[in-house]
Design a protein around this ligand. Structure first.
Ligand SMILES: Cc1cc2nc3c(=O)[nH]c(=O)nc-3n(C[C@H](O)[C@H](O)[C@H](O)COP(=O)(O)OP(=O)(O)OC[C@H]3O[C@@H](n4cnc5c(N)ncnc54)[C@H](O)[C@@H]3O)c2cc1C
Length: 283
């Protein structure tokens, strides 16, 4: 049932300082970005009653900037903006693939990368790409700014290293990715507008046949978006042959913790994740 609208308060922040003062006040205002997750909760009557501050349009949380060493993506960057930014498309194609396969055009025009991260769904599609790219999050509050490696941000199901008075300001990606081979695959019931049953992103850097470095990350297979560090360790420094690929598959299948739910089964998810890893390593 739809929520009772008078039970909510919404204010548009005129500046970052105003937004931070509101989220830091007692009992606190919750950030509202594109609203694509929050409005679904509102429509179903599941949105907690209270006060929401729209951060839409705040310059410090917007835009995509490139320095010689990093790309800095504002938390308010929409999927459409990410898809349309040449430097991201050239250097971080997995993120662009994830953006292109998120929802439909309306969602891509309104949903934001910061909102996708802070919503903390284990089935979200951009986190595996961000994990593969060693993303860091810039978090801002009235107390200051701090950086958190994204692979340490999600602590448990819907639990994050994000204080109540903090906003995700920017997502920072290190540049210099020549020599990596990469892939992104989203597996759902159909190609468009599906929530992932398994989302898989990986990148590998080979020297001859030897794995010099590797990243593997998955969505929908654990309580959090998962960087598969044990799978990576099983590959790093080894010659990429049939034996090591089989070992990596076993490591991945042991490392993930998928569940049965309305979209799929644990068994299917484990098998598909293993197939995708094997396909990536063999291709
Ligand atoms: C029809 C439909 C299809 C979808 N398809 C997909 C899909 O294929 N893949 C996928 O991954 N997602 C999908 N989504 C989910 C959604 O679009 C994304 O999670 C979106 O990126 C959320 O961003 P937002 O700006 O709309 O967040 P909002 O709804 O505004 O906020 C979401 C949460 O994040 C918090 N928040 C927002 N911004 C910040 C910030 N800067 N700092 C701290 N907290 C913040 C809010 O308080 C709230 O808790 C879909 C949603 C719909 C309705």
């Amino acid at each position: 049932m739809r929520a009772f609208l008078p039970a909510y308060d919404m204010r548009q922040a005129g500046s970052l300082d105003e937004a931070l003062a509101l989220v830091g006040s007692e009992p606190g205002w919750r950030p509202f970005a594109g609203g694509t997750d929050l409005m679904v909760l509102l429509e179903s009557g599941a949105l907690p009653r209270g006060r929401y501050v729209s951060v839409w349009g705040i310059p410090e949380l917007s835009g995509i900037q490139a320095s010689p060493t990093h790309i800095s993506i504002g938390a308010l960057a929409t999927y459409a903006q990410i898809r349309g930014e040449g430097v991201v498309a050239r250097e971080f194609p997995l993120l662009v693939r994830a953006a292109a396969e998120t929802g439909g055009i309306a969602i891509q025009n309104r949903g934001t990368l910061g909102g996708n991260i802070a919503n903390a769904s284990p089935a979200a599609d951009s986190p595996p790409a961000l994990l593969v790219y060693d993303a860091q999050l810039e978090l801002v509050s009235a107390r200051g700014v701090r950086r958190v490696p994204y692979d340490r941000f999600h602590r448990a199901y819907k639990e994050m290293d994000l204080a109540r008075d903090e906003l995700i300001a920017r997502i920072v990606l290190p540049r210099g990715r020549s020599g990596w081979r990469e892939c992104f695959r989203k597996v759902g019931t159909r190609d468009a507008q599906a929530i992932s049953k398994v989302c898989f992103a990986a990148a590998i850097r080979l020297e001859g046949k030897t794995v010099r470095d590797v990243r593997v990350a998955c969505g929908s297979v654990a309580p959090v978006p998962l960087r598969c560090v044990r799978t990576e360790a099983s590959l790093r420094g080894h010659a990429l042959d049939a034996g090591i690929i089989a070992e990596a598959r076993r490591a991945l299948e042991a490392e993930i913790a998928p569940i049965d739910d309305l979209r799929s089964t644990a068994e299917y998810r484990r098998r598909v994740a293993g197939n995708l890893l094997e396909w990536f390593l063999r291709s």
